[in-house]
Each structure stands twice: as C-alpha cells, then as structure tokens.
Design a protein. Structure first.
Length: 464
C-alpha cells in the first residue's frame, strides 16, 4: 500500500525539518566565538542530533515532492514557491549553519567601509571583535570576492555600524534575495529550454543544499546565481546587452559566473548575429560594467590578483585529496618532488576542466543553458577547492535545462549525499560528533518509518 502523499503533508514535514535545524543550530551551529559550546557538552550534542534529525526530515519532504511531480497532478510552480517560503522561515532567525564564511563577509565589508585594502590584507589587519569571528585559516587571507559583493558588504557594514546580530541578519536577507531571484529565473529558463518549470523549481530552488547553505549559511553564491539566472533570462529574451550586464555583475560577486558570458555569445550567434559582432558586443558591455562597478565600489582592481587566493590545506576537492596522498607517498619514499605533488594535481585539474569545456561546447553542441550548467559542474568538480554549496553552481542550471527526468534524479541523489556532508558548526568532525550526527539521521528515519506504517494501517482500515 502506497504512503499517502500530498503537497500539504510535504510542506509540513519540510517545515518540521527546518525547525529542528534552526533549534539545533542554537547550540551546535557556527555560533559567535563568545557563544560557542564545547563539542562534548550536552547542549552541543543535543543540538547536533537535532540538526541531522531535521536535515533527514527535509530531504524526505523534498524527495516526496519529487514523487508528486511524477504523478497525475503535479504541483504548479506557484505552489512550490509557497513551499520554499514556508521551509525558509525557521532558518531566517537561526544562527549561521554549516560554515563561518558569513563572518568573513562581514569583516571584509567592515574593512572596505574603513578604506582598508581587502585584496592586500586579511581580517587580522583590522582586528577587533568582528575579525575574531573569522576562521583562523582565513584570518590572513585576502578577499577572493569581486567589487560588487564587497560594495554590498560595505554598505551593510555602514547600515549596521558593525553590529554582529544586525550584520548576520542583513547577510541572510541578501542571500534570501538571491534565492528569490533564482526561483524567479528557474521557470523562465526551463520554458526556454523545453523543460518542466515545476521540476526545475524542485531541483534548483527547493533543493536542500539551497536551504542549508544559501539560506542557513548565508553564502554569497546565492547573489551570484540569482544575478546570473536573470542575465540568462534576459539574453534568452533577446536582450543580450542587459544579459551581459547582469552576468558581469554576477561574476563581480564570484568569478565562476563569468562562464555565462560564453553562453550569451552562443545565444546571440544562434539568433543570427555574426560571431565577431556577438563577441565584441559581449566584451564591450562586460568591460564597461566592470569598469563602472569597480569605480563605484572603490576597491580597485586587486580582485583580479585575488583570484589566486590560496585554498585551505585541508580542502577535500578531488585534486587536493589526490595531491596530498601523492605528497605523502613521495615523502615516505624520500623524494624531493613531494612539494610539487599538490600543484601538479591542481594543474591537472585545470587541464581536465578545459578539456571538459571543449567537449561540452564544441563536440556535444548542447543547449546553451544546459551546457553552461555542465561547465560549472566541471569547474567545481575538478577545481582546487570544493564545498557542498559549490555544487549549486552547475545544479541550478542543470535543474533548469535537464533534458530528461533521469538526469534530474541522478543529480538529486548527489544532492542528498552532499546535504549530509558538513557539520552545522562548519568545522571538522571527530568520531564522537559523527556518531551523534548519524544518530540524529537514524532517529529521523525511524520516525518516518513509524509514520509510514501508521498511515498505511489507517488506509487498510478504511478499505477493509
């Protein structure tokens, strides 16, 4: 007997999941330094169990909505947008979750507001309580973000006078605006790509990674993806110059969005414009936007050099992992080549990325939006650094333009795994924390199974 599923039940289940996430984050999240609890404390342990209990409930609710989309009466985009809004509500007042990057954003905004060069110095140069909130590994690291984001962060710093609670709420609202732009763009991109708008919203906006990392984590990737999505919508609507301006603004938040300029060039060529004119128009509009926004931000062009900002030595990107393993083996063998192992693997990753882009754009000749999604996925997969939210770069556009349901289902499976891969504190896990996290997830599975059995029993009683 099938489990009775409707959109309202899914909405309530997902809301319960984000509510447990928010409640658990009060003791186990990426809290300000003065509020941090020892990982071994009862409060932190209970919070960690609660967070993973909530994550599994959220994933289950999201998966059940995916099942509804395959039914005879799939939910409309408007109904899915309401679900997204309801699920996001508890996270608005939660502490930062799954990363401490938002503290870096606030510190960098305060530095720009104080006329410090964020591309030459890390937050330690500023010092003070706000800089103390930044993870030690990034204390001495220059900002890797573009002038558009730093201008927004600086304006927020001025509005909040550097007050931490107000700054955190401001950054979360900015991220929420980015998510809203993503949700607005997805159905339009899907229609242009011949895909189902509801399925695009389900995979690209209701996705647990969006809620966990863009909303709860307040990452600036939301701003990048929202602007990039709107730029592609404009380009598909035969307004290529507006599209270039919006995509360039996205790239001046985070650099990976610059790949979307290639998609706009292809769209212009397919619309009948000559390749030379398409390239020149795109380059001119992008250059003008860059010059204007860099002047407005007042940060200078140090962001170009900041693209080489070093990655964390413990990053778990594929090329970084292989580089560390190779380095350890060479050191054991006494080879002088050991220090070259990580850079060599990173170089190989760049080569693989370039090869993948050539295959996607030249050999396969896919629809531009789908090709761009695969390209950004390749950049994240083979790059020197990766975090779970980087998967959203490609996933957002793959959701909008996936050519089949099977592609969406495979991407959804990867999403579910990544959603469970980071502790709510954003720090490394020890054995005790892993046990607690698994316990929370298993408890959620047990509760879901019991609910399934109870609902099945009620259906059998009514049909007896």
């Amino acid at each position: 007997m099938a489990f009775p599923v409707d959109l309202r039940r899914c909405q309530v289940l997902g809301l319960a999941g984000t509510a447990f996430l928010a409640a658990g984050g009060e003791t186990a999240g990426a809290l300000p330094v003065r509020e941090l609890l020892s990982p071994s404390s009862a409060g932190a342990a209970l919070g960690l169990v609660g967070v993973y209990f909530g994550v599994v409930l959220l994933i289950a609710a999201w998966a059940l909505i995916g099942r509804l989309l395959r039914g005879p009466r799939p939910p409309e985009p408007r109904a899915l947008l309401l679900v997204l809004a309801v699920w996001a509500v508890p996270l608005l007042l939660a502490p930062p979750l799954f990363s401490r990057d938002v503290y870096s954003y606030l510190a960098q905004g305060a530095m720009v507001d104080a006329r410090m060069d964020v591309y030459a110095h890390g937050p330690s140069m500023m010092g003070g309580p706000l800089a103390d909130e930044v993870s030690p590994v990034w204390q001495h690291t220059a900002a890797p973000y573009g002038p558009v984001f730093l201008a927004v962060a600086s304006a927020l710093s001025g509005l909040t006078s550097g007050q931490l609670p107000a700054g955190l709420m401001g950054m979360r609202l900015i991220a929420l605006l980015g998510v809203a732009l993503m949700a607005a763009a997805l159905p339009r991109l899907a229609r242009h790509s011949g895909a189902d708008p509801s399925a695009a919203l389900w995979l690209g906006a209701l996705n647990p990674l969006v809620l966990l990392h863009l909303v709860a984590g307040a990452h600036n990737d939301a701003m990048m993806l929202g602007l990039m999505g709107l730029g592609l919508v404009a380009a598909l609507g035969r307004r290529p110059v507006l599209g270039v301006v919006l995509v360039t603004l996205a790239a001046l938040v985070k650099a990976p969005a610059a790949l979307a300029l290639a998609a706009i060039v292809v769209l212009q060529i397919r619309a009948g414009r000559s390749p030379a004119r398409a390239v020149l128009t795109t380059a001119a509009a992008s250059a003008a936007t860059t010059v204007v926004m860099t002047a407005v931000a007042g940060t200078g062009y140090g962001w170009i050099g900041a693209l080489n900002t070093p990655v964390s030595p413990h990053n778990w990107a594929l090329t970084s992992l292989l580089g560390r393993v190779t380095e350890a083996l060479l050191e054991r063998l006494g080879s002088d080549l050991a220090p070259l192992a990580v850079p060599a693997w990173h170089a190989l990753g760049i080569a693989l990325t370039c090869a993948a882009l050539l295959v996607i754009w030249v050999r396969l000749r896919l629809r531009p939006v789908y090709a761009l999604g695969l390209s950004l996925a390749a950049v994240a997969a083979f790059g020197p650094a990766i975090r779970p939210w980087y998967a959203l770069w490609g996933l957002f556009l793959i959701a909008a333009a996936a050519p089949s349901a099977s592609v969406r289902h495979r991407v959804a499976a990867v999403t579910a795994v990544l959603a469970l891969s980071v502790l709510p504190s954003g720090g490394p896990a020890d054995v005790g924390q892993l046990v607690l996290a698994v316990s929370g997830g298993v408890l959620a599975v047990v509760v879901l199974w019991q609910a399934h059995q109870a609902a099945r029993g009620q259906v059998l009683e009514r049909t007896a």
